[in-house]
Design a protein around this ligand. Structure first.
Ligand code: SF4
Length: 100
């Protein structure tokens, strides 16, 4: 079995704040513990099926797991491409407004 790496693309590469934090490239390859091809295939088939179900029915799938939300909901608050349509992300936003 070969190595497995993740490719990180740095969104704000080139900004001063990035260089202050030691980010000096636009992308990185980071070696990770190997994940089986079977597991990856099963995971993405599940996600694909949920996406198609949502598109066909108009019903939003349930909340993503904690590790998919980057523990602490950072992804839901600022980065997820579908947060505008996600009930969970909207509930986070509502709580922030209530607290403000
Ligand atoms: S915003 Fe919704 S769809 Fe996106 S990661 Fe969070 S829970 Fe998942």
């Amino acid at each position: 079995m070969g190595r497995m790496v993740v490719q990180l693309l740095v969104r704000d590469a080139g900004l001063e704040v990035a260089s202050r934090r030691g980010i000096d490239r636009g992308g990185y390859l980071i070696e990770i513990n190997r994940i089986s091809d079977r597991w990856i295939e099963r995971y993405f088939k599940l996600k694909s099926r949920r996406l198609f179900e949502a598109l066909w029915t108009g019903r939003i799938p349930g909340t993503c797991r904690s590790n998919e939300r980057w523990q602490g909901d950072r992804k839901c608050r600022d980065f997820c491409e579908v947060r505008g349509a996600c009930d969970y992300a909207q509930s986070l936003k509502a709580k922030e407004w209530e607290a403000a």
